[in-house]
Design a protein around this ligand. Structure first.
Ligand SMILES: Cc1cc2nc3c(=O)[nH]c(=O)nc-3n(C[C@H](O)[C@H](O)[C@H](O)COP(=O)(O)OP(=O)(O)OC[C@H]3O[C@@H](n4cnc5c(N)ncnc54)[C@H](O)[C@@H]3O)c2cc1C
Length: 274
């Protein structure tokens, strides 16, 4: 179970001893763009050592690793992970050829875990050039596209399973909560994130059920939102993190998941066409 039980703590943090009320510095204020009309928002807050935004493979792997370090050093590290999907894995694109090298490093015993959703090993690759609607020329598979030793999996299930691992290690995983704002300290450093306000009217004004989002403050804030995350884009712009970097590249592709019988035979073959 991914911390459904923990969510009320976040929702009703005002009842919690760790929660306190404070006035947050919004991104606009941090950039000295606030206007005199902008009212400071009073929010509940919780403090952690690390707040992770995004429960995809990157965020969950980081959360697990932090807790493993805790076991090694003996120092407790409080880790909170926000995932905007209603459950961990729900926003992760599923059909996936999975290269297990990083997982081998993170959880070396994963193959002994009967619940690991990585059961189907790729046994063969084919590579073909499609030259017409019905014709294809088989080609040798380039070494970089070989998948032997990899697994065919549902990444969404892998992520859900990683979420359970993280939770078992003591990570506070909060599905259904989106980081809507990055919070900055007086010196302009990132001090956490705030979850989305609820009960806003269509025009953005406060409705009668308005509740401000929650502040999650941390010594370290780790943005693992995937491609083009809103908090990540803002932080990259403010701190000029793209300076002297190659531009981000995006590719458009089509992924086809075919259901054929016998299912296992089909799943063990990865076929790439150009
Ligand atoms: C169509 C497609 C096919 C792919 N096939 C393969 C494949 O076969 N093999 C392979 O290795 N890789 C594949 N990939 C790539 C792989 O999915 C990504 O590399 C991987 O998911 C990136 O992990 P991530 O954790 O960085 O980001 P993501 O998986 O994108 O996870 C980010 C998570 O953060 C959450 N989030 C975002 N913003 C916020 C916020 N503000 N607050 C809270 N939560 C937030 C999202 O809901 C999401 O769950 C594929 C990708 C696509 C799109």
């Amino acid at each position: 179970m991914i911390l459904r039980a923990a969510a009320p703590r976040l929702r009703h943090a005002s009842l919690s001893t760790v929660a306190r009320r404070s006035t947050v510095c919004t991104p606009a204020a941090a950039r000295h763009l606030s206007t005199s009309e902008e009212e400071p928002i009073e929010r509940d807050s919780m403090e952690y050592d690390v707040v992770i935004v995004g429960g995809g493979p990157a965020g969950l792997a980081a959360a697990i690793r932090l807790k493993q370090l805790e076991e090694t050093t003996g120092n407790e590290i409080s880790v909170c992970l926000l995932e905007k999907a209603s459950e961990v894995g729900a926003h992760v694109v599923s059909g996936n050829v999975f290269e297990p090298r990083a997982l081998d490093e993170l959880l070396p015993d994963w193959r002994e875990d009967a619940d690991a959703p990585l059961q189907t090993k790729v046994e063969a690759d084919t590579f073909a050039y499609l030259h017409s609607e019905t014709g294809a020329i088989p080609l040798p598979c380039p070494p970089s596209l070989h998948n032997e030793g990899n697994y065919v999996a549902s990444l969404s299930q892998v992520v859900r399973w990683l979420g359970e691992k993280a939770e078992a290690l003591g990570v506070e995983v909060y599905p259904g909560f989106s980081a809507a704002e990055v919070l900055y300290d007086d010196r302009g450093g990132v001090r956490g994130v705030a979850t989305r306000d609820v009960g806003l009217n269509k025009d953005g004004s406060k409705g009668e059920n308005y509740e401000p989002g929650m502040e999650l403050l941390a010594k370290q804030t780790l943005l693992a939102e995937g491609a083009r995350g809103s908090c990540s884009e803002e932080v990259m712009a403010i701190f000029d993190l793209r300076k002297n970097c190659d531009p981000q590249q995006f590719g458009l592709g089509v992924k086809e998941v075919r259901s054929r019988r016998p299912v296992l035979r089909c799943l063990q073959l990865v076929s790439i066409s150009r």
